[in-house]
Write a protein that binds this ligand. Structure first.
Ligand code: 13P
Length: 255
């Protein structure tokens, strides 16, 4: 069965609840006829309830951007998996490079978070990717192998297909420097092969997204690549119009 493309907008720390309401009212009519692409917005915790209510019954699914692995406990400032599933969040972004580099998120933590998300009925979007120095030193494959191995270690083979992976080369995030089609395809095919070492069928089914300076202008080329099953979009997801243009590019991409 063909993999359904997923276009996910990662808002990062943008949009108050009021701003999020304006946005969703602008986005919904633009995606009302979408049928062959899954659409998600990954929003700050404070926007979750409003966005889930406003998007209910539409094509737009709502994700969180982080979570703790424990169900509850003395973890001031943290949010647990059941707190997200109770709200009807569809899933959660895990291991974004900004969380890894700015907030010390480790592969060890992710090895707990990814299965905890699945356990709570949340779709994890696990982000992986190399730094510029790692790419320059031909260290990309080693980095991806290590992240995929460590971060998915706690996921049983029969649940691997439910995970979404986002390949986000760190040098392409927020820089306007998009990976070439060749770089994106090569890295994502490599990730799929790594998953295939654990479970062949899961590797065929699981969706792998590209992220890093995806814009309406470059989306069509990236989304036409055989192993690229969608995009995780930062800056260009903050305006409903440009996000909808990327979704439209996914709808018309040859599959
Ligand atoms: P930009 O699309 O702004 O480069 O951000 C990518 C990203 O980090 C999505 O998670």
């Amino acid at each position: 069965m063909a993999r359904m493309p997923l276009i996910a907008g990662n808002w990062k720390m943008y949009k108050t609840e009021e701003q999020s309401e304006d946005y969703i009212q602008a986005l919904l009519p633009r995606v009302s006829s979408v049928e062959t692409v899954d659409v998600a917005i990954c929003v700050p915790f404070t926007d979750l309830r409003a966005m889930i209510d406003s998007a209910r019954g539409s094509r737009v699914e709502v994700y969180a951007q982080n979570m703790h692995h424990e169900v509850e406990g003395a973890y001031t400032g943290e949010i647990s998996p059941p707190m997200l599933s109770e709200l009807d969040a569809r899933g959660v972004v895990l291991g974004h490079s900004e969380r890894r580099t700015l907030f010390g998120e480790t592969d060890k933590a992710l090895a707990l978070k990814v299965p905890a998300a699945l356990e709570a009925g949340l779709v994890p979007i696990l982000c992986v990717g190399e730094t510029e120095a790692e790419r320059d030193n031909d260290d990309t494959d080693r980095k991806l192998r290590q992240q995929i191995k460590d971060d998915l270690a706690g996921v049983a083979p029969e649940r691997l297909a439910e995970v979404v992976i986002a390949y986000e080369p760190i040098w392409a995030i927020g820089t306007g420097r998009v990976a070439t089609a060749e770089q994106a395809q090569e890295a994502i095919a490599f990730i799929r092969a790594l998953v295939g070492d654990r479970d062949k069928q899961a590797a065929e089914q699981l969706r792998i997204l590209y992220g890093g300076s995806v814009k309406p202008e470059n989306a069509a080329e990236l989304l036409a690549l055989p192993d690229v099953d969608g995009a995780l979009v930062g800056g260009a997801s903050l305006e409903a119009e440009s996000f909808a243009a990327i979704i439209a590019a996914a709808e018309s991409a040859p599959r």
